[in-house]
Design a protein around this ligand. Structure first.
Ligand code: ZN
Length: 380
């Protein structure tokens, strides 16, 4: 059994009075952290019981923290000291510069009557509307355990970032029944080829167009050297990121869900941006976003693990030049302009976009069969 943790983001919608309370709570919590950090630094005492006994009244009276928050402050400081001591082997005083507030789930923050989240503040518990868009599956499901949330305030918006932990079976290459090669590219964002011989494409044209649009807007803004242009540039960058992340979410979800648990997905190992950019022609490079490749990879890996499937990465060399039928490898096999692959040795012809996926699928089958011969039948 392994474990994976991801972060579910809940947006909350406090009114003005509630916002003020949240900000005050965050400040009190952080002041409490620094206060406890000083005491521990001077006393070298890391015993939680001692600290609770000594500091509890002060945290409550001087900083106005509730009892649960006071405990959480002490725990948080102790864990910082312990982390530092594991790495630095000494007494270094952690200081908490940025205001923060950590909320123990079901205590400092909890769902309330299904429609609201109840949040503990220094004065009282407040009930705020919320949205968990895109993260619904992690809540009200005993499979997932919610950890200590963080209050995040960003661009005037309020969020609770909740770590969600889930136990998953260790992926088992030996049990893989289906193998799917996934080739990432530009013309098609992904091309897949599976061990049943099925090939499918996710067309990248609309994505490339939208990216070009972003590039144009960015160029225009870069020419103006004003503060507002810089602000807009940042905003546009964030928007593009969110959009691309959504696209990748849909693609990875679609891939993982269209195959049974225990499927082996094979990707090219594109560690190092050079490999990723080398895949496209120079004039296309500006549309290439290697970040997006890696983001897709990350999403695919954790979604596959949740489902009990496996993702492996293989050497990307020659995946577009090698004949999937006879193995003959030559640059001349591929006519990039006509998007056609013709093997110079056996004459095998195919749309060149399929070749990468086919070769990846084959490499995956080879790896699975190397462990247990005959595990995966059929293939390329
Ligand atoms: Zn051939």
């Amino acid at each position: 059994m392994g474990q994976i943790t991801l972060t579910a983001k809940i947006q909350i919608y406090p009114d003005d009075e509630q916002k003020e309370l949240l900000i005050r709570t965050r400040k009190a919590y952080t002041d409490g952290l620094n206060f406890v950090s000083d005491i521990v630094y001077n006393s070298h005492n890391l015993c939680e019981n001692d600290l609770s006994r000594e500091l509890y009244p002060t945290l409550r009276e001087r900083f106005g923290l509730k009892s649960q928050q006071s405990q959480s402050v002490i725990k948080r400081v102790l864990s910082s000291y312990k982390t530092i001591q594991t790495h630095e082997h000494g007494w270094i005083r952690p200081s908490f510069k940025k205001d923060q507030y950590e909320l123990v789930w079901d205590r400092d923050a909890a769902f309330y009557k299904g429609r609201l989240i109840s949040v503990n503040t220094v004065r009282k518990r407040i009930k705020v509307p919320y949205s968990v868009k895109g993260y619904e599956q992690y809540f009200n499901n005993p499979k997932y355990k919610l950890g200590t949330a963080k209050l995040i305030i960003k661009h005037g918006k309020y969020y609770l970032h909740v770590p969600v932990t889930c136990n998953v079976e260790e992926p088992d290459l030996v049990k893989a029944q289906t193998v799917v090669g996934i080739d990432r590219g530009l013309r098609f964002i992904v091309t897949t080829y599976d061990s049943d011989g099925k090939c499918s494409f996710v067309n990248g044209r609309s994505i490339t167009q939208k990216r070009r649009q972003y590039v144009r807007i960015r160029k225009r803004l870069q020419k103006k050297h004003t503060a507002s242009a810089r602000r807009r540039l940042r905003a546009i960058g964030n928007k593009e990121h969110r959009w691309m992340s959504d696209v990748n979410h849909c693609i990875s979800k679609g891939l993982v869900e269209s195959y049974p648990a225990g499927t082996l997905f094979v990707l090219e190992d594109l560690s190092g941006i050079q490999e990723a950019t080398a895949k496209v022609k120079r004039k296309n490079r500006y549309t290439m976003c290697s970040w997006s490749y890696f983001d897709l990879e990350q999403k695919l890996i954790y979604k596959a693990r949740l489902k009990g499937s496996i993702v492996i990465k293989v050497d990307p060399h020659y995946t577009s030049q090698r004949c999937p039928i006879c193995g003959y490898t030559d640059k001349g096999n591929r006519d990039k302009k006509k998007h056609i692959f013709i093997c110079q040795s056996c004459g095998y012809r195919s749309n060149d976009d399929r070749i990468g996926g086919m070769n990846l699928c084959r490499l995956g089958i080879e790896q699975a069969n190397a462990l247990v011969p005959g595990t995966v039948a059929g293939g390329v």
